[in-house]
Design a protein around this ligand. Structure first.
Ligand code: AMP
Ligand code: ZN
Length: 138
């Protein structure tokens, strides 16, 4: 059985159960306008099946989502000056809707949007330890 979640708003969008401005769809993915756009044309790309995060989704389906993300990015790049792609995972990662999605945000010269998270510093030797720790998890 295909994964679906009856309470999930993006599953409802995938099943055309709520009105949505759909830009593109194929048998695995669907792309639609975000209702609260950061810039006009802000688009979300989702798999039609319900997977919560990039950690959960099977690789072959993720590839389909990325292919649609590229297709939409190419179109949006023709009406904008740049493209920002974002993808949030889990509440602490900024994810509000727990159904995997890529944000594609068309960018314009002087649109005033700034990626300005404060940065941190590593202590001496900290990166080696961290690299080892992460490598062991791959
Ligand atoms: P995130 O915080 O990464 O989970 O982003 C969720 C995004 O979904 C937000 O940008 C919302 O504006 C958008 N969103 C929520 N409900 C809808 C909807 N019904 N149609 C289109 N976009 C939606
Ligand atoms: Zn869903």
């Amino acid at each position: 059985m295909k994964p679906t979640n009856t309470n999930c708003i993006f599953c409802k969008i995938a099943k055309k159960q709520i009105p949505t401005d759909i830009l593109y769809e194929n048998n695995k993915t669907i792309a639609f306008l975000d209702i609260n756009p950061v810039n006009k044309g802000h688009t979300l790309v989702i798999p039609k099946e319900h997977y919560e995060t990039i950690i959960d989704i099977p690789e072959d389906l993720l590839i389909e989502v990325i292919k649609t993300t590229k297709k939409i990015s190419i179109a949006l790049s023709k009406i904008s000056d740049g493209i920002t792609i974002a993808q949030n995972n889990k509440k602490s990662g900024g994810q509000e809707i727990p159904h995997l999605h890529f944000h594609i945000i068309p960018r314009y010269k002087n649109d005033g949007l700034k990626y300005n998270w404060p940065t941190k510093k590593y202590k001496e030797g900290e990166t080696q330890q961290l690299v080892e720790k992460i490598k062991n998890l791959l």
